[in-house]
Ligand binder design. Structure first.
Ligand code: URA
Ligand code: SF4
Length: 274
């Protein structure tokens, strides 16, 4: 199924109905200066960009596009992964693009059988522009190899495509900060578009943020890790194997036990693929 089919049910959140602007008309002003008349003229001359042109709707020009908290207007309606990646580079669907270096889009083949979904890029990923290239990525690569998942069959991405961080002091190390539900929801159209194009046989959910992004806010990784879930996501039946985030393994008191748990869950994923 193409992206447009997947997305037909999703409202363009940044698009306010024209009728809403009627209330902006100031009584007593001349018709020519009334905002709703100007808007109608724009519509009549057909110059208004369509929602997927990559530009925010002019009806919200008084606000920055990131204030709408949705990537939807930036997601192209056609094209494969290269078109998505190009468009995502200019996403301003939420404020996270302001402080980050670049968009970190997913990596891997359109034909990948498995999609791994993490939380958001870390410091290294933000600098290099690729997902899972830092310490968590190295650990994940090792665990995938041990579980028998072929790296050539994997597409790796994140629920949120920009690095969110704080600094204790100016010019000091950037410290990862968990994305909010609002930011995760804003970024979800990119993940939906990746799923529509790659159509993986299985999704490996790495940690709580990815789980909530795909399965809703009631997701609890401890309750479902290592099991095969079947859920409808964006109108398509998907199979998912949730597990812990590789960064949680790095932070665990008993790293060895946490790592073995991750590998065991990834083995379930490998067995499910067959
Ligand atoms: N953690 C993630 O969730 N994603 C990355 O790409 C790197 C670290
Ligand atoms: Fe766009 Fe996602 Fe980046 Fe926000 S985090 S600006 S929605 S790509």
């Amino acid at each position: 199924m193409g992206i447009s089919g997947r997305f037909s049910g999703m409202p363009g959140a940044a698009l306010a109905p024209a009728a809403a602007f009627g209330s902006l008309a100031v009584p007593g002003r001349t018709a020519a200066r009334s905002p709703d008349v100007r808007l109608r003229r724009v519509a009549a001359t057909g110059t208004r960009p369509k929602p997927h042109d990559g530009y925010p709707c002019p009806m919200v020009t008084s606000r920055a596009p990131e204030d709408a908290y949705t990537a939807e207007p930036f997601v192209p309606s056609r094209g494969g992964l290269p078109a998505l990646r190009r468009a995502a580079a200019d996403c301003r669907g939420c404020p996270l693009h302001r402080d980050a270096t670049q968009t970190v889009f997913g990596a891997g083949s359109t034909d990948a059988r498995v999609m791994l979904v993490g939380e958001q890029p870390g410091d290294q990923e933000d600098r290099q522009g690729k997902p899972f290239v830092g310490p968590a990525g190295k650990l994940l690569d090792r665990a995938l190899a041990e579980a028998g998942v072929d790296p050539g069959e994997v597409y790796v991405t994140n629920a949120v495509k920009h690095f969110k961080f704080t600094r204790a002091e100016p010019r000091k190390r950037r410290i990862h900060k968990a994305p909010s539900l609002r930011e995760t929801t804003a970024c979800a159209p990119w993940l939906a578009a990746e799923l529509a194009v790659v159509e993986p046989e299985l999704i490996v959910v790495l940690g709580a943020t990815a789980g909530k992004a795909l399965l809703g806010s009631s997701f609890r990784v401890t309750q479902v890790r290592g099991t095969v879930l079947e859920e409808e996501i964006h109108g398509r039946p998907e199979r998912l194997v949730p597990t812990v985030h590789p960064s949680a393994v790095l932070r665990a008191d008993d790293r060895e036990a946490a790592y073995r748990g991750l590998v065991a869950d990834l083995r379930t994923a490998a067995d499910t693929l067959g």
